[in-house]
Design a protein around this ligand. Structure first.
Ligand SMILES: O=C(O)CCC(=O)C(=O)O
Ligand SMILES: [Fe+2]
Length: 315
């Protein structure tokens, strides 16, 4: 299917040395905020360097993720949720290499405990003890990025968060393609969650589409993360931040494992453009919408066939 696209470098932003408590307001923080905003406006994504999450913790996390996917399918199918985004997903004819498990509200230790009991009724403390600190660190990183976005628009003094969210953790496996051919791992999409922090275990495969329609293969440095703007963040920013279309393409003979932490807007959230981001130069781009309705529509047959967010555009 198709041919391999070229490797591409998106902006790389280092959050390793940043402390919200000490650095917010400094010249260095200001420069970082501008970089974040420009990357989100121009590409809808950037590579994140964050050495507070140690390579060793990432390696340990991927080793338990592999254990999870080695479980028989009937066990993984126990991972259910009324929201299909937050449950086991896989066995799709159009994406046969893909499967994922999810923990909704992963920052809640009871949710993690429930997930572990469901998968390993006899217990698996090592899974819980490995994944929980990783979620905590990803939450911290996400909060740094969120504050940098708010401050980049001069809004940090007025509001604490972009919108109320819980952390959805998705663990994903992509089987190696038959014959090692270049084939679809996960269909092209924009994220329906506020944003995403992604990391993968060694095997590349993530591709992003730039605004000119070209697809580019990302080759992030080992142990770095990718931040991606999702549709609700694009709507909140009045269309200024770009929700980047991305996909996973598989090639070669190795399986790919990845982990995604998404801030998921809570039930009842109304997504509306932040009023300070609407002015004469930037007229209101989207009508406000109920997040749950948006998700339901995005997942419907009609919604999947189009860019669901575009239906909320004001003409
Ligand atoms: O596996 C990846 O790197 C990307 C996953 C992704 O785009 C998603 O879960 O929305
Ligand atoms: Fe995605």
């Amino acid at each position: 299917m198709g041919s391999d696209c070229l490797s591409f470098q998106i902006p790389v932003i280092d959050f390793s040395k940043v402390s919200l408590k000490h650095d917010r307001g400094s010249e260095g923080w200001h420069r970082l905020c501008i970089k974040v905003r420009e990357a989100c406006e121009n590409y809808g994504c950037f590579e994140v360097v964050y050495d507070k999450i140690l390579p060793k913790s990432q390696a340990e996390t991927f080793s338990i993720v592999k254990e999870l996917f080695a479980l028989p399918l009937e066990k993984k199918l126990r991972n259910v949720n009324s929201n299909p985004f937050h449950a086991y997903a896989g066995q799709f004819t159009q994406a046969p290499l893909y499967e994922s498990c999810a923990i909704s509200d992963a920052s809640d230790s009871d949710e993690v405990r429930n997930f572990v009991e469901l998968m390993w009724p006899d217990g698996h403390d090592h899974f819980r003890q490995t994944i929980s600190p990783m979620i905590e660190q990803l939450d911290e990183l996400n909060s740094l990025i969120e504050k940098s976005i708010l401050d980049s628009f001069g809004l940090g003094g007025k509001i604490d968060s972009i919108m109320a969210c819980k952390t959805l953790l998705r663990l994903q496996r992509y089987k190696a393609p038959p014959n090692g051919d270049y084939v679809n791992g996960l269909d092209a999409h924009t994220d329906k969650l506020l944003s995403a922090i992604l990391c993968a275990d060694q095997v590349f495969g993530l591709e992003v589409q730039t605004k000119d329609g070209q697809w580019h293969k990302l080759s992030p440095s080992p142990n770095s993360f990718i931040f991606i703007v999702g549709d609700p963040l694009m709507a909140w920013s009045n269309g200024r931040l770009h929700s980047a279309k991305h996909r996973v393409m598989m090639k070669g003979h190795e399986e790919r494992y990845s982990l995604a932490a998404f801030p998921a807007p809570v039930e009842g959230t109304v997504v509306r453009p932040q009023k300070e981001l609407v002015d004469e130069e930037h007229p209101q781009f989207y009508k406000e919408f109920d997040y749950t309705d948006f998700i339901k529509f995005s997942l419907s047959k009609d919604g999947m066939a189009i860019d669901a967010l575009a239906t909320y555009k004001l003409s």
